[in-house]
Design a protein around this ligand. Structure first.
Ligand code: ADP
Length: 230
């Protein structure tokens, strides 16, 4: 289980995160909603160890979260000057100390799964936005994280591709991953099937519920309802 307790972080003199608490179980999909500047990205970046924090505890099954979490960035953060295949093999060789053969096997397995096998030798620069995102997901999965964070996964995609990413998020949960999504995309939120919602404001989670609970009793969650324009 992922547990975040009383997490606070300052940027300058202001709190970017303040007293954030939540838990997530294997296979759970969590959506962090909120307007721009609410702290969603900072929360995911902090979980992924890309930001320091002043206070709080982040744990996965009672241990440090470090090697269990991966991030798919909003603008993908691929190595643009490398080939598709090398984008996966390089982190495997450098971070996980895999041999070239092991790294290549993993890369080809994932590229096949994400429909990019025929592009393996191409430069990343030749990929479309949707292909870049699939590569970013494959690269994150290659490191076998149990928790995967997506920062605004639909913001760089056209509506058709946004539909595909919804399926991918749900598939990852079915595989038992914990999936955390920061988004201000109301369409994404309204079309996913089953998830936990956390609404953020000024660095804090101000409303939380399960999706079915929300749709049964929207009046109890005024910030979320107004955000989702319901
Ligand atoms: P969201 O993802 O919900 O749009 P962010 O996590 O990006 O929100 O931002 C949370 C708060 O932290 C905002 O007030 C933002 O201005 C501030 N912030 C985030 N990153 C930085 C930074 N690098 N320097 C200064 N302020 C930042």
């Amino acid at each position: 289980m992922l547990k975040v307790k009383n997490l606070s972080k300052k940027i300058g003199n202001a709190f970017a995160l303040q007293g954030v608490n939540f838990c997530a179980q294997k296979g759970e999909l969590l959506l962090f909603l909120g307007h721009s500047g609410a702290g969603k990205s900072t929360l995911l970046r902090t979980l992924c160890n890309l930001e320091d924090y002043e206070e709080g505890v982040i744990s996965y099954n009672g241990h440090c979260i470090n090697n269990h979490v991966g991030m798919v960035f909003q603008h993908f953060n691929l190595f643009e000057h490398l080939t598709v295949e090398r984008n996966i093999t390089l982190p495997l060789e450098k971070c996980l100390k895999k041999t070239k053969k092991e790294a290549t096997e993993t890369a080809f397995f994932l590229l096949d799964q994400y429909g990019l096998l025929d592009k393996a030798k191409n430069s990343v620069l030749t990929l479309s936005g949707g292909e870049k995102q699939r590569l970013a997901i494959a690269r994150t999965l290659s490191l076998n994280p149990q928790i995967i964070c997506f920062d605004e996964p639909t913001s760089a995609l056209d509506p058709l591709l946004a539909t595909q990413i919804r399926g991918t998020l749900e598939d990852l949960c079915e595989q038992g991953k914990i999936v955390l999504v920061a988004t201000h995309d109301m369409t994404l939120a309204s079309k996913l099937k089953k998830y936990t919602l956390h609404f953020m404001k000024n660095g804090s989670i101000v409303e939380s519920c399960k999706s079915d609970e929300f749709y049964k009793d929207k009046e109890s969650f005024p910030s979320m309802s107004s955000f989702l324009s319901l």
